[in-house]
Design a protein around this ligand. Sequence first.
Ligand code: MG
Length: 497
Amino acid sequence: MKSQYDAFLKLITELHDIGHAQGLLSWDQETNMPAKGAAQRARSLGALAGISHERLTSPRLVELVGELSESSLSGDAAVNVREIKRSQDRALKIPRELVVELSETTSLGHEAWVEAREKSQFDLFAPWLTKILELQKRAAHLIGFEGSIYNAFLDEYEPYATTEEVGPLLKELNHRLVPLVQKILDTGTRPAEGVLDQVYPAEQQEAFGRQVLSDLGFNTEAGRLDVSVHPFCSGLGLGDVRLTTRYNESYLSDSLFGIIHECGHGLYEQGLPADADGTPVARSVSLGIHESQSRMWENMIGRSRGFWEHYLPQLQQRFPKQLSRVDVDEFYAAVNQVSASFIRVEADEITYNLHILLRFELEKALVEDDLAVSDLPEAWNEGMRRSLGIDPPTAAQGVLQDVHWSFGLIGYFPTYTLGNLYAAQFLHQARQEIADLDERVRSGDFASLLSWLRTNIHSSGSRLTATELVKQVTGEPLTSEYLMEYLESKYCGLYGV
Ligand code: MG
């Protein structure tokens, strides 16, 4: 089997290298490309996607994967074959015509969504959403699934997770979050207004952001930070991890926490197993685990009181006029304001989950044929009343706000809240194993946490599934206990409830 595996490795390394080029073109498209370059870029990306699909499904690679799957491989070799087989199966089961139809429909559907959102008219998007759902469901049946059809969607972003497993957990979380949020909102407290929404020159924001990035352990010789409209992290390889942010001069939080968030993603990418570079083993295991790293750094560390005991004096030096009269308690309260808001991407770390859980419930009902597209806006508004007690005044502030469904991304939303659940459970475990973790954060020592994450999570790559990883690292399956415990202790303290 040795020679077959070597031949397999050679082919999948080429596939990986093609993926690198695709990633770089996409990164450039979001950061540097002039507007008029769009048409050529779309063709190049399309051509590379075609080549990649051809290689992945080439008779030789299919044959090798077949033989190797039947053999008794173990360790990294078994993982690599398993993961390539997964993507190969998907690619082989969906006929080319359906791929093309999906791509054209989502492209036009996305344009329709942009217009619908601008005019706040759901009717303009509804026929496209209906078509997108129909094509995606056709693809799901071709790929195959056990249990709910939603599993075929979820599996793409959170491999090996099932809605039968995750659904009850998310439902329970929802049950526990709603009364907590209600209690906080009932206090009517609006802490530290006017702290973050002052004028903060971008240049100083950037300098501070870069300082934090390097303090947290992001290796700038193996990565970089640029500006884009929508912040993201692009892992082009272990030695080339690219983060982006955007600076808002009249609101401090956007880039500050945006950089810490993307840094969390970047640290994970830089810590993937170097000995498996270029193979599926060295990829992140799931979007949920990826998001656990960004949210842990952004919210659980970056919005902690200890973090600001360390950083507020430095931030005050950069912004003396804006912040010299603000103390740690006030700043800590300002970066942790809870409010019932319509827009997910502006939500605080507690209510954010309620936004996600609503989308999960609705998209699951849509693909399971329990909800008609025409009833979606009302179901959305009803959900917002139920979870946050507010009624979106327009479709743009309600059902039309997110880009995901227009691109056909169904099954993606729950990974955000899974990320919060994983993060809380991992951090609870890290606290057991690192003596005085909070004290270390307070003194600006982030190396011990990073090293714990490297050893326990990053270096695992795709060797374990997300479910196995949580079990191995924390000794128990994923639960809502740790996230609730974290949120309750933090926010009950902040809001005195
Ligand atoms: Mg993220």
